[in-house]
Design a protein. Structure first.
Ligand code: AMP
Length: 218
């Protein structure tokens, strides 16, 4: 068995990370979030982190070569037969092409691309209200998924914080960047017969169930 990839495609705030966390265990998959990898690199002050920091603060994309190296290295660290839930990658047609080259070289393939579709006002509301646990990474929302105690994670008691790029101006820019640089991938993967669209404006549990049923139909 070779590497298999499920791509979760969608704008910032469409629920890629939350969905991946909800379904990875039952699929026996590894959740690979390029945003999380970059934030860890920034935190650790690595050369990749230093290169990515300014782009991330503005809501711009980190250069394709940096991203592909990051993902390739991570795929090579894992076992050959791993199933990956890719969250936030690819984000440009160049990244999609380079991912294909990388998978072909390793005998791997994309099993399915799930496009999480939601209107812009829903995305803005989710992102402006999003709060994340510093310790375990669990996502909350000030109104939709409020923690039992304000500012404290229900799961581990960690402190909740707001991502620096979850401010209104950067959110608008990230959504514009998605529309201009990432949304072309919907067409690309539709033409390859790999894309399934789901309505991501539904509740997080229902969304996760629908995605799970698509990627693991039995
Ligand atoms: P995310 O956590 O997926 O919202 O990503 C946060 C930020 O990381 C993005 O706004 C980009 O600056 C950067 N980033 C994450 N994934 C990629 C990617 N595949 N290509 C370029 N930049 C990325």
């Amino acid at each position: 068995m070779a590497i298999r990839i499920i791509v979760l495609l969608g704008a910032p705030g469409s629920g890629k990370g939350t969905t991946a966390e909800k379904i990875r265990d039952r699929l026996g998959a590894v959740h690979l979030s390029t945003g999380d990898m970059l934030r860890a690199a920034v935190q650790a002050g690595t050369p990749t982190g230093r290169e990515a920091d300014a782009c991330m603060k503005k809501g711009e994309l980190v250069p394709d070569d940096v991203m592909v190296r990051l993902v390739e290295d991570r795929l090579d660290e894992g076992a050959a037969a791993t199933l990956y839930l890719l969250d936030g990658f690819p984000r440009t047609t160049a990244q999609a092409r380079l991912l294909e080259t990388c998978l072909t070289a390793r005998g791997g393939s994309i099993a399915r691309v799930v496009f999480l579709d939601a209107p812009r006002d829903v995305l803005i509301d989710r992102l402006t209200g999003r709060r994340i646990c510093r310790q375990c990474g669990m996502n909350f929302h000030v109104r939709n998924i409020p923690p039992r105690k304000e500012g404290v994670c229900d799961a581990c008691g960690g402190e909740l914080y707001q991502r620096p790029d979850d401010n209104r101006e950067t959110i608008e820019n990230r959504l514009d960047v998605y529309a201009s640089q990432t949304s072309d991938l919907i067409d690309l993967y539709t033409k390859r017969g790999l894309l399934s669209r789901v309505d991501s404006a539904q509740g997080a549990d229902a969304l996760a169930e629908e995605v799970a049923s698509i990627v693991q139909p039995e």
